[in-house]
Design a binder for this molecule. Sequence first.
Ligand SMILES: Nc1ncnc2c1ncn2[C@@H]1O[C@H](COP(=O)(O)OP(=O)(O)OP(=O)(O)O)[C@@H](O)[C@H]1O
Ligand SMILES: [Mg+2]
Length: 237
Amino acid sequence: MPLLMVENLKAGYGKLQILHGVSLNINKGEILSVIGPNGSGKSTLLKSIFGLTTIFDGKISFKGEDITRKKPHEKARMGIAYLPQTDNLFTKLKVKENMLLAGYTLSESEYQERLKEALEFLPQVKEFWERKVWTLSGGERQMVSIAMAVLRKPELYMLDEPTAALAPKIARTILEKIVQLRDTFGAAIILVEQNAKAALKISDNTLLLVAGKSVFQGSSSELLQNKELAQMYLGVK
Ligand SMILES: Nc1ncnc2c1ncn2[C@@H]1O[C@H](COP(=O)(O)OP(=O)(O)OP(=O)(O)O)[C@@H](O)[C@H]1O
Ligand SMILES: [Mg+2]
């Protein structure tokens, strides 16, 4: 049984339908990249899985349970972490205060133990521990966001363009960390990426969305070998 199953999902905002029947499966220990042109519904897909849109039809199951109509906080409690495209940090607060907020449901001893693990996973965060988030670079903020998610030990991470607007070197560091999330914690990861080539390189499977419909679903290497799609959507000559 896949960790997450999305079947024929139709969703949008109010009466406006954006997703026209999207399906996907993801297993534990797998990275699924979601790629596609601007406005194709990638962010809407993640928001819909997390319970932030209007769902018209379809089914979402997590660990065998129907979660289609559950609230975001319930999904978070079940082990789904959603890192949105736009800032999800309190910029006026310090890094350590953001971290404390991420772990507010944990007991003190649990928090300390998880914090140790999260900082072992992302030791860079210790370097800016006392700084206010607004003073951090985009890459540093991404690391804080990931560390905050790690603190809650999710089984599924959904990351919306974690490398957007980052310099190539720091973008590579973030992508390496995402691979480590899978390899260290055995987590499943849905990665929305603007840089399709980089995403395909690190992902096991890929979903290509165009105008709210799935145009390709399968192994990332298979997509790279599909000349027509690769030319059209990946800029491969
Ligand atoms: N809150 C909203 N209310 C109404 N329409 C929205 C809302 N958010 C997004 N849309 C519309 O939904 C469509 C898909 O947007 P979405 O953000 O999911 O695309 P995307 O693939 O993530 O694009 P990008 O690559 O630019 O991030 C777009 O036409 C967009 O204008
Ligand atoms: Mg988006």
